[in-house]
Design a protein around this ligand. Structure first.
Ligand code: GRF
Length: 193
């Protein structure tokens, strides 16, 4: 399928483990004329992930892989990608770590969003650690995925100010709003659009 931009649309899978608000915003973006990608597959390790509902709402194929045996799950994922011609992966709140082998196969085509100003605050429990350290700013980062956690090349970041009354939850909410804008922008940047 070619949209009015004249680019070949890149078939993409979004990986989630939870609420899927980034997934929703990515689906909406993918339906605009600006988008170089279409979202053709939703992958989750968690059959109870709330975000899976967007598969039904937007009629996108969903696949669950339990990741108990990572190698096995990843082989199945790669077979699924082949079947549906998936050429790009967007991690959006996906709580499993992909193997080096998998990442190498998709080198440069896996993106992730992280709710901090990387390289600061990699890993989990980001917002609490930011508040504990009395940071004045936090934000979110979209980066390429490499074999080290939250360490691949940064594509785009958005910085926000932390208020005096900020809590872990208010910070998470505030940053999530920015994440929804940043991820599509980062995709456009990756495609030089
Ligand atoms: C986001 O804050 C994302 O940066 C982090 O997990 C959260 C996922 O939120 N990795 P959602 O599932 O997209 O709503």
């Amino acid at each position: 399928m070619v949209k009015s931009t004249g680019y070949k649309i890149v078939k993409t899978a979004v990986f989630i483990s939870g609420t899927g608000s980034n997934l929703k915003s990515l689906i909406k973006f993918s339906k605009t004329n600006l988008s170089p990608i279409s979202i053709d597959l939703i992958v989750s390790n968690n059959p109870k992930a709330k975000g899976l509902k967007y598969g039904k709402i937007f009629k996108i194929r969903k696949k669950i892989f339990n990741f108990e045996k990572k190698n096995q799950s990843e082989s199945k994922i790669l077979a699924t990608f082949k079947r549906y011609d998936i050429k790009m992966v967007l991690l959006a709140g996906f709580m499993k770590i992909l193997s080096k082998k998998f990442i190498t196969k998709f080198n440069g085509k896996i993106l992730n969003i992280h709710p901090s100003l990387l390289p600061k605050y990699k890993g989990l429990n980001t917002h609490q650690r930011v508040l504990d350290n009395k940071e004045k700013y936090s934000g979110c980062t979209v980066h390429f995925v490499n074999s080290k956690l939250d360490s691949g090349k940064i594509i785009l970041q958005k910085k926000i100010k932390i208020s005096k009354t900020e809590t872990k939850n208010s910070l998470a909410k505030k940053i999530l709003v920015q994440e929804h804008k940043l991820y599509p922008k980062a995709i456009l940047k990756v495609f030089n659009l």
